[in-house]
Design a protein around this ligand. Structure first.
Ligand SMILES: Nc1nc2c(c(=O)[nH]1)N[C@H]1C(S)=C(S)[C@@H](COP(=O)(O)O)O[C@H]1N2
Ligand SMILES: [Mo]
Length: 315
C-alpha cells in the first residue's frame, strides 16, 4: 500500500493572522501579474510575493510513493468552468476571481451559522500537506501536494445538528466577474455535496494551497474541497457557502447528466462512463495509461463507508 497515513502526528499551529498577511501578499502578487502583463514591464519583486510559501505546514501526514505532477501542469491544465470551459482558459482568466472580499456563509443544520470571513473560517486550523492522487472523470489523473486541513475539524466547530445528513457546498455566483457564468455551460452556481460520514472522513480536506503556496485562482482559491477517492468534479472550487441539510442535495454535474455523473462519484474502474471506460487513466506527464484503482487507491481507508451499497447502482 503506497499510502502512508500518520494521523497521530501533532500539527503545528498556524495563526490566522499570518495566513491573513500572506493572503494580502498574494493579492498584491496577482495584481502585479496583471499590471506587468499590460505594461510589459517587470514587477518581479511583487510577482515574487505570489509565490510566497505558506508558513509552518505540517508535512508527512499523508504522503505517496508516486511522482508529483509538476506545478506547471496542475496550474495550467484545469477544469473551472466559471473561468472558461477550456483547460487553459481558467489560468488565463485567473485574475477575474474577486479574492479580496471573500466570505463564506454557513447555513442550515449547524449550531453555528452565519457569515464568516475567510480569516474567521480558517482560524485555529493548522495546515497540513496532503499528497493525494486526483482522478478526473474524463480519464486523466495527477498527484498533487495539497495544503489544507480536515473538513471534519471545521464541522466539529460548526456542530452539525441531528438533522444534518449531508454537507452541501456552493461556488461563488458572480457573472459580472466570472466569464463562464454568462454562458449556459452548467446550471450556476456550481454545487456539490457529501454524505455526513464522507464529509467527516479524515481524508476529506478543505484546501487553501498546493506545492507550499496559496492555491492559484484557477485551482479554486481561496478555499476548495478535496475528496481524493471521488472523481474530481466532487472537489468543488472557490467555496462561498457551506450548508448542512437533511435531504440529499441537487448537485451540478448530477443534475446535468444523472446517468453520466452520479451523486457518489467514487472512482470505480468497474463502472464505465456511458461514453468511455474508467478502468485506465492517463497520468498527466506520462505516456502509457495506467490502471485506475478502486476508490482511487484509497479503498482500505474508505470502502467501509459503502459496504451495504450496490456500487453499480449508487455510482
Ligand atoms: N466551482 C467549480 N469547481 C470545480 C469545477 C468547476 O468547473 N467549477 N471542476 C471540477 C472538475 S471536473 C475537476 S476535475 C476539478 C479540477 O481541479 P483542478 O483543476 O485543481 O485539478 O475541479 C472540480 N471543481
Ligand atoms: Mo473533472
Amino acid at each position: 500500500m503506497p499510502l502512508r497515513w500518520n494521523p497521530d502526528l501533532t500539527p503545528e499551529e498556524v495563526t490566522a493572522e499570518t495566513l491573513f498577511r500572506q493572503r494580502r501578499l498574494f493579492m498584491k502578487g496577482a495584481l502585479a501579474t496583471t499590471v506587468s502583463t499590460l505594461l510589459a514591464s517587470s514587477a518581479n519583486h511583487l510577482l515574487a510575493a505570489s509565490h510566497a510559501a505558506l508558513p509552518r505546514i505540517q508535512k508527512g501526514v499523508v504522503t505517496l510513493d508516486e511522482n508529483q505532477t509538476p506545478f506547471k501542469d496542475v496550474s495550467t491544465y484545469t477544469n473551472f468552468y466559471e473561468l472558461g470551459s477550456g483547460k487553459s482558459t481558467p489560468a488565463a482568466n485567473a485574475e477575474r476571481l474577486p479574492l479580496d472580499t471573500w466570505q463564506i456563509s454557513v447555513e442550515g443544520a449547524f449550531q453555528q451559522t452565519g457569515p464568516f470571513t475567510l480569516q474567521q473560517l480558517l482560524q485555529g486550523h493548522p495546515l497540513q500537506e496532503r499528497i493525494y492522487r486526483f482522478r478526473c472523470v474524463e480519464g486523466w489523473s495527477m498527484v498533487i501536494p495539497w495544503i489544507g486541513f480536515p473538513l471534519r475539524d471545521l464541522l466539529s466547530r460548526l456542530q452539525p445538528t441531528q438533522a444534518a445528513r449531508y454537507i452541501v457546498f456552493e461556488t461563488l455566483y458572480d457573472p459580472a466577474h466570472l466569464p463562464g457564468q454568462t454562458e449556459k455551460t452548467l446550471p450556476w452556481p456550481y454545487r456539490e455535496g457529501l454524505r455526513l460520514d464522507e464529509a467527516m472522513h479524515p481524508l476529506t480536506i478543505l484546501a487553501v494551497g498546493m506545492y507550499d503556496r496559496h492555491l492559484p485562482p484557477q485551482n479554486g482559491a481561496p478555499l476548495r474541497l478535496v475528496v481524493p477517492w471521488k472523481y474530481g468534479f466532487k472537489s468543488i472550487k472557490s467555496i462561498v457557502r457551506i450548508r448542512a441539510s437533511y435531504e440529499q442535495p441537487q448537485t451540478t454535474w448530477n443534475q446535468m447528466a444523472p446517468n453520466e455523473y452520479g451523486f457518489y462519484a467514487n472512482v470505480n474502474p468497474e463502472v464505465s462512463h456511458p461514453r468511455w471506460p474508467q478502468n485506465k487513466e492517463r497520468r498527466i506527464g506520462e505516456l502509457l495509461r495506467r490502471p485506475t484503482l478502486p476508490f482511487n487507491g484509497y479503498a482500505e481507508q474508505v470502502a467501509h463507508l459503502y459496504k451495504d451499497m450496490d456500487l453499480q447502482k449508487f455510482f
